[in-house]
Design a protein around this ligand. Sequence first.
Ligand code: 1GP
Length: 245
Amino acid sequence: MVDRKKLGKKSFAVLVDPDKVNDQKMHHLIKLAVDAQVDYFLVGGSLVISNYLDECIQFIKKSCDIPVILFPGSPSQVSKYADALLYLSLISGRNAELLIGQHVVSAPFVKQSGLEIMSTGYMVIDGGAPTTVSYISNATPLPADKNEIAMCTAMAGEMLGMKLIYMDAGSGARRPISESMIVQVAQKINVPLIIGGGITEPEKAYLNCKAGADVIVVGNAIEKNENLINEMAAAVHSVPVIASR
Ligand code: 1GP
């Protein structure tokens, strides 16, 4: 993600919830993703109930070259078959467990996995309805209209050494993150900015990239209509390449 940002390229990531897919669905989704030149598969969810995580990742890895990045809702969602792990610290919340506690407990296991570890300042932004992530995290989401708080939080995350900032309105958010918040945050950080939650229209994905997002993540909308993959990826990749700061 860092390399693509340096080249000024915008990326599109499809979020796969292992609870909602099987080999047959994945087969179809992978074909669409390859054709659309999707940049990443993010795999994970706030709650993963099934045992399909390892299998799902192995299935993707044997079917295509699209990198698989874990987006874990808990330390149990670590799979050695993935390429990398978003090592999330919930910096928008004040729940010590999700800031550092779970990391301490799982550190030896995570290190042993051999995965590329991508330290990520994870910011949950109020998306207009309680989402699984806001409930599970037991942390108040950052208010959607408080751009300054978002900006300062992202800056603090970057200065603490985080290599990515992920602003998430939560899966199925009623209201995705505003472009004005994205602009304000993107202007103040140099690390890649990932945006997700409630993005249902290719136009919104495009506008988010124009506002400064480097990676767009879409899950729900694609679960409902897989054919959106192509339009979403095309919208993200159509944003003019601008050399990085
Ligand atoms: C959720 O950012 C992701 O954590 C994607 O959200 O499922 O609403 O696209 P959606």
